[in-house]
Design a protein around this ligand. Structure first.
Ligand SMILES: Cc1cc2nc3c(=O)[nH]c(=O)nc-3n(C[C@H](O)[C@H](O)[C@H](O)COP(=O)(O)O)c2cc1C
Length: 313
């Protein structure tokens, strides 16, 4: 696969980043992704400080290749999470869900590489001003929490690329070598994937959840709770309850009460596919296998090469 500003910045073989994912990207997946030549990312969002330390130590014992941490900035223990990651020796931070101004200069002073996740060109400009090294631009198709403005990856990436001069990593809807070629054609220097990495043997998503995703059709996901915390969900019983509350113009308080505590953990980690919140990207319906991370990356690289050859013939 081609070398880009992102492979150079992160010192990785392939310009592919395994997206940080709550309940899904622990030590096993992050280390496997790094070993496969991508950037493995520990998803700190669902980890209390002690658990985070355990995952970081484990991941660093499984790989000596570059490894990153994703920290959504909306959680209360962010300062502690950053301290633990710095003490463990992490040098690449991917921040999301908050202002890029808050931690970027502190992390840069510590000699770290900082990447921030955005869903609009306007926020991308703010990230560049805050001094980040690169941007993840994530479109409406993506799994997990999402922007409110429904900007698709196809429309978003070229706009972000022309708005900033730092490298842009495209995210949202990438799960094949062909789509990676398309991402580069739009001007991206790297590709971040979440859903495809969730559907590997090493991800800690529960088997019930992975098996449910294998049955998904193209209409199986929808962006919900746009006024509260926009999130793309797999349609299930919990989704239906959210939808009927939203259709009845429920208040944010009523939605918060339905959401309760621990719904995402219940669904994604513990495998309750009726009552749990199941976050996943639109591209999930194209995924029909659960390979090892290494096998998945080899297949992507083959597809990428075939796609380039087809374009050149
Ligand atoms: C289950 C799940 C959990 C996620 N959790 C996070 C998170 O904690 N922090 C974050 O920045 N992005 C999170 N994301 C977004 C991914 O890092 C990635 O950007 C996104 O999945 C890319 O879109 P794709 O799913 O179409 O590949 C999550 C995505 C999924 C599917």
């Amino acid at each position: 696969m081609k070398q880009t500003k992102i492979t150079k910045l992160l010192n990785i073989k392939y310009p592919i980043i395994q997206g940080g994912m709550v309940w899904v990207s622990g030590a096993k997946l992050a280390a496997a992704a790094s070993e496969a030549g991508c950037l493995g990312v520990i998803g700190a969002g669902s980890m209390k400080p002690d658990l985070l330390k355990t995952h970081l130590d484990k991941a660093l014992s499984l790989t000596s290749k570059p490894l990153a941490i994703n920290i959504p900035l909306l959680y209360s223990k962010v300062d502690e999470q950053i301290k633990i990651a710095l003490e463990a020796g992490i040098k690449i931070f991917i921040t999301s869900a908050g202002s890029p101004k808050k931690y970027t200069s502190f992390l840069k002073e510590k000699g770290c590489t900082v990447i921030h996740v955005t869903s609009s060109p306007e926020l991308a400009i703010k990230c560049e001003k805050a001094g980040v090294d690169a941007i993840v631009a994530e479109g409406f198709e993506a799994g997990g929490h999402n922007g409110r403005d429904e900007i698709t990856t196809m429309a978003l990436i070229p706009q972000v690329v022309s708005a900033v001069s730092i490298p842009v990593i495209a995210a949202g809807g990438f799960a094949s070598g062909q789509s990676i070629v398309a991402g580069f054609a739009l001007g991206a220097e790297g590709i971040q994937m979440g859903t495809r990495f969730l559907m590997t043997k090493e991800s800690s998503a529960h088997d019930n959840y992975k098996n449910e995703i294998l049955k998904a059709t193209s209409a199986s996901t929808k962006l919900m709770m746009k006024n509260l915390v926009p999130v793309r969900l797999l349609k299930n019983k919990f989704f239906n309850e959210v939808q009927s509350l939203e259709n009845s113009c429920a208040s944010d308080e009523e939605l918060t009460e339905l959401l309760g505590k621990g719904r995402a953990k219940l669904g994604m980690l513990e495998g309750d596919i009726d009552e749990g919140e199941l976050e996943i990207g639109q591209v999930c319906s194209s995924i029909k296998d659960i390979p090892s991370t290494d096998q998945m990356i080899s297949k992507l690289v083959d597809e990428y090469r075939e796609s380039i050859a087809r374009l050149q013939s």
